[in-house]
Ligand binder design. Structure first.
Ligand code: FE2
Length: 316
């Protein structure tokens, strides 16, 4: 049986559409082709009431490309974006898990602090707090389109380093190099501030909380420019706020928009299932340089070798 035509309802912001009438667990090739065209157009697609199993989410995610491995402990393609610890308790403020979740409340694009940035990411909702915990998306294509000529010319040719150490430090947390995802010794990737989408050809602003240190500018001037750019870019009508319901699945294009989590009371569990798709080396791989906050520097053009290297050096 073929997927029937589905309904696309734009959110009213410059990005995002709600898709109904398309059960993702039964997605066929024709349905996928139409869905992917909508994905490139809207940047973020919202699928209410899908209630996918981990396996079904994994199958859907693999339509977009190869899932990233986010942690040495990760089995399969799904990673828990959750404040529930493995022992069942809730993560506390002095714990890495809690601090990374709080850090995600700053605007960002996924994995830009790794040599190979992510191109697509998805989340599905399993357990939600009674209030807050929304996910917001901001359209960096429309933000670029809204810039005046002088600002565009100023940004053209500029790049910034990206580091999870930097972004977590600005959020008030200090992390040691421990080869966990992003807290590595591969250095800080240097990425252009303007990204051309490899499939649509549209330009967008490519920055976020991980970005710092524009070569050629003082650290103060760089921080001021990046903060202003982020603040100006993430404004209506370029922002969509997703109020989660259990069973929703949301998928977005990291190559042209930013996102952030909204705060919630950490006394309540919030459990989402995430899958990130690795970028294409031709367009999402960046050269890395020593990161002043990391111990050591071993340049690498791969996100995966950290885990292999860790296995080798730990002798098990
Ligand atoms: Fe994220």
């Amino acid at each position: 049986m073929h997927n029937s035509p589905f309904t696309i309802t734009p959110t009213g912001a410059t990005l995002g559409a709600v898709i109904t009438g398309l059960p993702l667990a039964q997605l066929d090739d024709a349905g996928w082709t139409s869905l992917y065209a909508a994905f490139l157009q809207y940047g973020v697609l919202l699928f209410p009431g899908q209630h996918l199993s981990k396996e079904q989410q994994s199958t859907f995610a693999r339509r977009f490309g190869e899932p990233e491995k986010l942690s040495p402990r990760q089995r399969g393609d799904i990673v828990a974006i959750s404040n529930r610890r493995l022992d069942g308790g809730l993560a506390q403020p002095d714990e890495y898990q809690y601090q990374i979740l709080r850090g995600n409340e700053g605007w960002h694009t996924d994995s830009t602090y790794m040599p190979l940035a992510s191109k697509v990411a998805m989340l599905s909702a399993v357990t939600l707090p009674p209030a807050g915990g929304e996910t917001e998306f901001a359209d960096m294509r429309a933000a670029w389109d809204a810039l005046d000529k002088a600002t565009r010319e100023k940004l053209q040719g500029l790049s910034a380093y990206h580091s999870l150490y930097y972004s977590q430090a600005r959020a008030g947390f200090e992390h040691k190099t421990d080869h966990l995802y992003g807290l590595h010794d591969k250095g800080a990737p240097l990425r252009p501030l303007i990204k051309v989408h490899p499939e649509t050809g549209r330009k967008s602003i490519y920055t976020g909380r991980h970005a710092y240190g524009i070569p050629g500018l003082s650290s103060t001037a760089s921080e001021r420019l990046l903060d202003n750019l982020l603040e100006t870019a993430c404004q209506p009508p370029r922002v969509y706020t997703h109020k989660w319901q259990v069973g929703d699945l949301v998928v977005w294009d990291n190559r042209c928009l930013m996102h952030r989590a909204r705060p919630y009371d950490a006394a309540y569990p919030r459990e989402l299932r995430g899958t990130r798709i690795a970028g294409d080396p031709a367009t999402e791989l960046a050269p890395t340089y020593a990161d002043p906050r990391a111990e050591g520097f071993k340049p690498s053009s791969s996100n995966h070798s950290i885990l292999a290297q860790r296995k080798t050096t730990s002798g098990n």
